[in-house]
Design a protein around this ligand. Structure first.
Ligand code: ASP
Length: 630
């Protein structure tokens, strides 16, 4: 009871509005000498120099700056108790309003330097009155180095300027995106419903049960269908910074709810969308990172080329180490010795780890002993062959492929001392999926070599568009998705158009070789986003769903609204979505999207602060006509 009373007495209902910002203090400095101001902020460290002289910091969160307060015993402006004694009783981190008088100090440096350094050195503030606005409790210990758990996300944010910076950066990025699209390219920002409908597009959805027995909404995995409906509704260009929901495994730094910069353009081709997105990205990079040297147009690479040269559909082009096919160089009987595969494709890549073969050997040992090596050692198609080039024993090891092949490889790869040569077999088949084992090994080896200081981390930003994806990928449809009985699923989503008339011709005869008018934007090995030109004819959309994917009538019915909308003279249209969390994380060089989200979910999809999800009560189950399985 006692503590309730204290809290109530120190928590004022009214408090004076701030009359001056910390930015003004820092930039106008001594010009403000003797001005009376009201400042809002948090009390920082206090130093009682003597009984009658106290210094305390007042922190501002907007700029992360601090001004020094000076206090001597006086009566408060309203005749209240001495603010001096109030200040001396205040717990650090408590929010306050300070009535004070600005006093100039000898300014040692320029104003902008003062803001960056945090402490404003040109002025201090003599305390005339102090209004405590709440008390920071003594049972919470918060110092610069305190690490708070996710349950105390509010204190993580409050105590870590890096998190607040990330949120501020994100906010600026969102403003730039809106400005570029809406002001410069005539997009209209339109909100689309979050209470959508279950229409299997690819990912598992979150359902929202309603009070009507058996009826549920689904949260959108993206605003894909609504934005296409907007195109059919005569909206020329749509954009939205949209919340999306996917109930997927949360591996690989995914969140069940995330944000997309979503856009769609009517009477537009893939080319128009790529140009528009390049403008947005270049503006973001130039305004927020000062990078004005991005290429006029980003390079493009087909899916096939990305998979064969880098073993990934989102290649990190900064790493070099291109993959090359070599099975034709190796005598047939020796190829068979590479692993269990009969007629494999054999690929090679080189990584320059060190100039001394012994150093490279050390690195290989570290890597092979690490858990990261396990998936490669256990590859059912055979372990990678790992060779270290050493001029003292040239071609040693590689000679298992025969002297001629070893020599040809040395030439082909221009091998130098300490180079690491990796050889890996894979089945002779079309590429499918996002990566090959040698592509994954390329990334894992580079990452480990950086981690253990054998090579420098790659620098800069290397953008590329990946296009010419296959329209369909093999699928067993065990996963929730749009696939039907044909054992196929749309690689992007089922609304993506075949690329050319020749691709349309192959739809019924050889669907796996149909190319999609689909493009992904990749930077430094990260997929920033993807999009496509859409099918805008109802007949074509129905043909793909019914005949190619062989969706059941029930599944097709889920998309009846879309077919009806396309039928109403829908113009050609194309669009794309950028993963906004990932984009901000990449721009800021953050490892995880969690670092740029105010309230991220844990690896188990929980919000540790509010403690969600929660168990449904009997009453709620009743309301929604639900029963838990025994
Ligand atoms: N809706 C798609 C996605 O979320 C993006 C697009 O095709 O515009 O990946």
């Amino acid at each position: 009871m006692a503590s309730t009373c204290i809290t109530l007495t120190i928590t004022p209902v009214h408090f004076p509005p701030a009359s001056c910002t910390f930015e003004q203090l820092a930039t106008q400095g001594a010009e403000l000498n003797d001005t009376q101001v009201v400042l809002h902020g948090y009390i920082g460290t206090r130093r009682d120099a003597s009984k009658s002289l106290t210094f305390a910091e007042l922190h501002d969160m907007t700029l992360g700056s601090t001004v020094q307060l000076v206090s001597t015993p006086t009566k408060g402006v309203d005749g209240s108790d001495s603010p001096h004694s109030t200040l001396r009783e205040l717990q650090e981190h408590s929010p306050v309003a300070i009535n004070g008088t600005i006093k100039a100090r000898k300014a040692p440096s320029g104003a902008s330097r003062e803001i960056r350094a945090g402490l404003i050195t040109s002025v201090e503030v003599k305390v005339d009155n102090i209004t405590p606005l709440n008390a920071f409790p003594s049972d919470i210990i918060m110092s610069k180095d305190t690490v708070f758990p996710p349950e105390q996300r509010h204190l993580q944010i409050r105590n870590d300027p890096a998190v607040r910076n990330a949120l501020a950066f994100r906010s600026k990025a969102a403003r730039i995106v809106r400005n570029e699209l809406c002001e410069k390219h005539n997009f209209t920002e339109i909100e689309t419903p979050l209470l959508f409908k279950s229409t299997p597009e690819g990912a598992r959805e979150f359902l929202v049960p309603t009070r009507a027995p058996g009826l549920a909404y689904a949260l959108p995995q993206s605003p894909q269908q609504y934005k296409q409906i907007l195109m059919a509704s005569g909206i020329p260009r749509y954009m939205q910074i949209a919340k999306c929901f996917r109930d997927e495994d949360l591996r690989a730094d995914r969140q069940p709810e995330f944000t997309q910069v979503d856009l769609e353009m009517s009477f537009a081709s893939a080319e128009d969308v790529m140009r528009t997105v390049e403008a947005v990205v270049k503006r973001l990079w130039s305004e927020l990172l000062g990078a004005t040297d991005l290429p006029e147009a980003f390079p493009r690479m087909s899916y096939e080329e990305a998979m064969s040269r880098y073993g990934s559909d989102k290649p990190d082009l900064r790493l070099g180490s291109e993959i090359q096919r070599i099975e034709y160089m190796i005598p047939v009987d020796l190829v068979k010795k590479i692993g269990p595969l009969n007629d494999p494709i054999v690929e090679v890549m080189k990584l320059s780890i060190a100039e001394d073969a012994n150093e490279t050997r050390k690195f290989v040992n570290i890597f092979m002993d690490s858990p990261e090596a396990q998936p490669f050692i256990q590859n059912p198609h055979g372990q990678p062959g790992i060779f270290i080039f050493d001029t003292r024993k040239p071609l040693q090891g590689l000679q298992v492929f025969g002297f001629e092949a070893a020599e040809a490889l040395e030439d082909m790869l221009s091998l130098e001392d300490g180079d690491l040569v990796i050889i890996q077999a894979r089945p002779r088949a079309e590429f499918s999926g996002g990566s090959t084992p040698i592509g994954n090994l390329r990334l894992a080896l580079h990452k480990a070599a950086v981690k253990h200081n054998f090579i420098q981390p790659p620098q800069g930003f290397a953008f590329t568009w990946i296009n010419d994806f296959p329209l369909f990928s093999p699928s067993n449809d065990a996963e929730p998705g749009q696939g039907g009985a044909a054992g196929l699923a749309a690689t992007h989503h089922p609304f993506t158009s075949p690329k050319t008339a020749e691709d349309v011709d192959l739809l019924l005869t050889d669907p796996l070789s149909v190319r999609a008018d689909h493009y992904d934007l990749v930077v430094n090995g990260v997929e920033l986003g993807g999009g496509s030109r859409r099918i805008h004819s109802a007949e074509m959309q129905e043909l793909i769903m019914r005949e190619v994917l062989q969706m059941s009538d029930a599944r097709l019915k889920d998309f009846a609204h879309l077919l009806e909308v396309l039928r109403a003279g829908c113009p050609p249209h194309a669009g794309l979505a950028l993963g906004f969390d990932r984009l901000v994380a990449v721009m800021m060089g953050k490892e995880s999207v969690r670092d740029v989200i105010a309230f991220p979910k844990s690896g188990r999809g929980e919000d540790m602060l509010v403690k969600s999800p929660t168990r449904m009560t009997e009453g709620q189950l009743e309301t929604y006509h639900l029963r838990l399985k025994e």
